[in-house]
Design a protein around this ligand. Structure first.
Ligand code: C5P
Length: 233
């Protein structure tokens, strides 16, 4: 089974490219950002105060743990229809709302939260999750911020997908104008600033291939990744 690990900052086209790559090879697709977003949404729904100067970290870690011990969270790894469910209801729109985007880094920067989610992500990658038959298939594409370095450093293909900052900002601006992505404003630069204090996705770790797609189309970027996977199999 092949693991493809893709990290990178926000606004680089990581999710759409990773999903298309998984579809191309009929691999499973794991969007770890969606897991952190679902965790943040869950905490908000549980009434935890994520705006406090000093958030109640223990309560947050406990709430996020319950996502798994009480089976509230379900990740569907089918790349044609990746879905995140909380208590059986799809939250794909809600986890990309401005409210969640502006609180997710608060939750993801807590060590105990990362421990819980990293363990769950490793189980998906190992095909140990009983939820989704895709994880038992030929391979998986997992994307996020710390997949190449922490979650799956053993992955056969490890990529840092990046683009110049002004290019990323322009792409995000375009996305927020599209009705399909009408998710409100997301302060990507601020999120990257906070996130990069916790995970290092701005430069490639040893053995990780950097793909800068500033001057590449979506199709060209996808082709570069397909070639990398082809070389690894
Ligand atoms: O990729 P996306 O923008 O959906 O990620 C949402 C947030 O989840 C990031 O801003 C970051 O705080 C967190 N995240 C993380 N580690 C990952 C993936 C996402 O901390 N592997």
């Amino acid at each position: 089974m092949i693991t493809v690990a893709i990290d990178g900052p926000a606004g680089v086209g990581k999710s759409s490219t990773s999903k298309a790559l998984a579809e191309h090879f009929a691999f499973a697709y794991l969007d770890t950002g969606a897991m952190y977003r679902a965790a943040a949404l869950w905490c908000l729904r549980e009434g935890l105060d994520l705006d406090a100067q000093a958030v109640d970290q223990a309560a947050i870690v406990q709430a996020v743990g319950a996502l798994f011990t009480e089976d509230h969270l379900e990740m569907v790894l089918d790349p044609e229809e990746p879905t995140v469910r909380l208590d059986g209801q799809s939250v794909d729109q809600e986890i990309r709302s401005e409210r969640v985007s502006s609180h997710v880094s608060t939750v993801s920067s807590i060590d105990g939260v990362r421990r819980v989610l990293i363990a769950a992500q490793r189980a998906y990658i190992a095909g140990e999750s009983d939820e989704d038959s895709f994880s038992q298939g030929r391979g998986i594409v997992a994307e996020g911020r710390d997949i190449t370095t922490v979650v799956a450093p053993q992955a056969q293909v490890r990529v840092l997908l990046t683009a110049r900052e002004e290019v990323r900002a322009a792409r995000r601006a375009d996305q927020s104008q599209s009705p399909a992505q009408a998710v409100g404003q997301d302060n990507v630069a601020e999120r990257d600033r906070i996130d990069s204090q916790v995970t290092s996705f701005m430069s490639a770790a040893e053995g990780v291939v950097t793909v800068d797609n500033s001057d590449l189309t979506f199709e060209q970027t996808l082709q570069v990744l397909i070639n990398l996977v082809d070389q690894a199999v």
